[in-house]
Write a protein that binds this ligand. Structure first.
Ligand code: AFP
Length: 327
């Protein structure tokens, strides 16, 4: 018998209807999904076409090589523009905030088109991560940078695995799989498991000696309770974490033997990395804080490329380390 799965488009259409919403968000998401499919296609064939190299170089055919993250940025901008629904975007690949349809648009999109660049030359998983906020419907738009709690949705594609996770405000965190026709299908609601048996810790253990003393002590006291996993691309690491539970962390680097390499503000970007996973995690029943124990979703960005430390995952574990962080 032929097995039919619910498609992402059908899922979203029903969601909008159920909540008496407009179709604008569907048009926006159609653009985002088209971009993800295109990035996936380029990524899969990148090694063949020698598109995984350094920008500015030339391949064996004498053609100029574009770096995958630049290609991914161009793809996302093209599809977002074509929706005619986006006012402005923040992209990891652009120094400036970019205006798309500044007056007529309805949404702000904050994205990293290809997160995890150290995996690119190996063809290993990377992420296309995005957060979405809506214009001020009540008064004149002031174009302020939104904190994560103001996002209406956030999600990520783990490329090239065909996995897509989307969280909708107050409507849960959902995972979809790409089928044979490259349609995203089979919505499965994700809730962080309460059973600590599967919980994992996920961080770059090679950096441990550079974390602040309290965090190193917390790891000494608690690390042995969990298995460790680390891929080095947030989307892939978080994809696993949100299924198994536990905590992903990228603490501030404050004790580096070479002080120039310290990162007291953390490494990850607030608007299109930390707030995106924090939003998904909240919808899955989890929590996320920064180096001071402040909820990530409450941080008002002062700069669109602002960095932050990040502790995200099962509420119990994050609450526990947050106590240490608050001192
Ligand atoms: P890149 O895109 O610069 O490789 O950074 C990826 C990332 O922002 C995030 O996806 C990873 O979780 C984290 O950095 C990995 O950082 P380390 O290589 O320092 O462990």
């Amino acid at each position: 018998m032929v097995q039919f799965e619910q498609t992402f488009s059908n899922f979203l259409l029903r969601h909008q209807e159920r909540h008496n919403r407009t179709y604008n968000f569907i048009i926006l998401m159609e653009g985002i999904v088209s971009a993800a499919k295109k990035i996936e296609l380029y990524y899969r064939t990148g090694a063949l076409k020698e598109n995984l190299g350094l920008a500015g170089g030339t391949n064996v055919h004498g053609e100029s090589v574009m770096q995958m993250d630049e290609i991914a940025h161009d793809i996302v901008i093209h599809y977002l523009k074509s929706t005619e629904r986006v006012k402005q975007v923040v992209s990891e690949e652009s120094d400036d905030i970019l205006d798309l349809h500044k007056d007529a648009g309805r949404y702000f999109v904050y994205f990293d088109p290809l997160d995890g660049s150290s995996n690119v030359s190996h063809g290993l998983p990377v992420g296309f991560m995005f957060g979405i906020a809506k214009k001020n419907l009540e008064g004149p738009e002031d174009f302020h940078l939104r904190a994560g709690r103001e996002y209406i949705a956030a999600g990520m594609f783990v490329i090239p695995t065909g996995m897509f996770t989307l969280a909708l405000r107050d409507a849960g965190c959902w995972r979809f799989h790409s089928d044979e026709a490259m349609d995203y299908v089979k919505p499965v609601r994700i809730t962080l498991p309460e059973d600590p048996k599967k919980w994992e810790l996920c961080f770059n253990a090679g950096n441990t000696h550079t974390f602040k003393d309290d965090v190193q002590r917390w790891i000494d006291d608690n690390g042995s309770k969990y298995s460790f996993r680390y891929l080095g691309a947030l989307a892939g690491d978080f994809h696993r974490l949100i299924s198994n539970g536990g905590m992903f962390m990228y603490p501030a680097i404050v004790n580096h033997p070479d002080p120039k390499k310290n990162r007291p503000q953390g490494k990850l970007r607030l608007m299109y990395e930390a707030s995106v996973v924090a939003f998904m995690c909240r919808e899955a029943g989890g929590h996320a804080v920064d180096e001071t124990g402040t909820p990530i979703l409450d941080i008002e960005p002062k700069n669109h490329h602002q960095r932050t430390a990040l502790y995200v995952g099962s509420k119990q574990v994050v609450d526990n380390i947050a106590q240490t962080l608050r001192g």
